[in-house]
Design a protein around this ligand. Structure first.
Ligand code: TMP
Ligand code: ASP
Length: 261
C-alpha cells in the first residue's frame, strides 16, 4: 500500500492518505506527552509496542463483534485503518478511581467502583480536553442520542471483554480512553471504534503488586516505560518470554510472533 500525503498529525500518531479514499495509514510515533502536551519526550520503541498491542486488542474486539477501524497492520509502526469522521469526544471508562477523578472529586485512590463509570471529555487540545456532561453533547450536536446509546452499549462490552482479557494475564484494567467514528455504509452512518487501545490510553496495574504498566510511568516520572509496555506485550502473547527487555529488541518485534508460533 502506497503512503500518500500527511493528513493529520496528533501527539502520538500521524495519519497518511492512501490511493484508496476510504483507507488511511496510521503511524505510531515514539513521542510521549502528558497533561495536554505540557510534558513531552521521545521514548524509543514506544510506537512499535503500541502498534502491536493496539492491533492485538482491536482484532480481538472485532472477533466478538465490536466493529472497529483496523484493517491490518502493515509493519512495525503502521496500520491500515478505515477513514472515519471522528466524534470529538474522549470516552473515559473507569473501573477503579485514580488519576483526574480522584483529584477532581477527592475520592480515595484505588477505590473500586461498583459499576463502570463513563465520563466524557471534549476532544479539543486548545481547551485542554475539558470534562463535559452528556447534555453538552446533545446541546452542541457533537453526537446524537442514538449514537451515544449505541456507544455506551459498545463501551460496556469492550470493558467487560478487556477486564477479562487482562485479568487472565495478571493485570487489572483500572481505566481507559476510547474514541469512536462515523463510517458511511450504504449511505447510512455506522458507529465504529477508532483510534488506539494501548498502555498509552489505559491504566494497567499488575494484579498482585499493583505495579503500573502504562503511561503513568512517564506521567509520574517512574521510569522504565519500555520494560512495562514490553511486559504487557509479552503477557498478551505478542512477544515471547525469553526476549530481553530493551528498546533494541522492540525493533525486532515484528518477526518474533511468527517465529514463535
Ligand atoms: P485521567 O485520569 O487523566 O482523566 O485519565 C483517564 C484515562 O484516560 C487513563 O487511562 C488515561 C486515558 N487518557 C488518554 O488516553 N488520553 C488523555 O488525553 C487523557 C486525559 C486520558
Ligand atoms: N494524552 C494527553 C496529553 O498528551 C494526556 C495524557 O495522556 O495524560 O497531554
Amino acid at each position: 500500500m502506497k503512503k500518500g500525503k500527511r493528513l493529520y498529525e496528533g501527539k502520538a500518531k500521524i495519519i497518511y492518505a492512501t490511493q484508496d479514499k476510504d483507507l488511511v495509514i496510521q503511524y505510531f510515533k515514539d513521542d510521549a506527552t502528558a497533561f495536554n502536551n505540557q510534558k513531552k519526550t521521545t521514548i524509543e520503541g514506544k510506537g512499535v509496542l503500541n502498534n502491536r498491542i493496539s492491533e492485538h486488542i482491536l482484532s480481538n474486539l472485532s472477533q466478538i463483534g465490536i466493529k472497529n477501524h483496523l484493517v491490518k497492520r502493515l509493519n512495525m509502526r503502521e496500520q491500515v485503518i478505515k477513514l472515519v469522521e471522528i466524534i470529538p469526544i474522549e470516552f473515559i471508562v473507569r473501573n477503579v478511581a485514580t488519576g483526574s477523578l480522584t483529584k477532581r472529586l477527592g475520592i480515595e485512590d484505588g477505590t473500586v467502583l461498583k459499576e463502570p463509570l463513563i465520563e466524557y471529555c471534549l476532544k479539543d487540545d486548545k481547551l485542554g480536553d475539558p470534562l463535559i456532561a452528556e447534555e453538552h453533547i446533545y446541546a452542541f450536536e457533537w453526537a446524537n442520542k442514538k449514537e451515544i446509546e449505541k456507544i455506551k452499549k459498545m463501551i460496556l462490552r469492550i470493558n467487560d471483554f478487556m477486564i477479562g482479557m487482562f485479568r487472565g494475564i495478571g493485570i487489572k484494567l483500572i481505566d481507559f480512553k476510547l474514541e469512536f467514528g462515523r463510517l458511511k455504509v450504504n449511505g447510512k452512518n455506522e458507529i465504529i471504534l477508532a483510534d488506539e487501545i494501548s498502555p498509552d490510553t489505559c491504566r494497567l496495574w499488575d494484579s498482585i503488586t499493583d505495579k503500573k504498566l502504562d503511561k503513568d510511568r512517564f506521567r509520574k516520572d517512574l521510569g522504565d516505560l519500555i520494560p512495562a509496555y514490553t511486559e504487557v506485550a509479552k503477557r498478551l502473547g505478542i512477544l515471547h518470554e525469553q526476549s530481553n527487555v530493551s528498546a533494541v529488541n522492540v525493533t525486532q518485534l515484528s518477526s518474533v510472533k511468527k517465529k514463535n508460533k
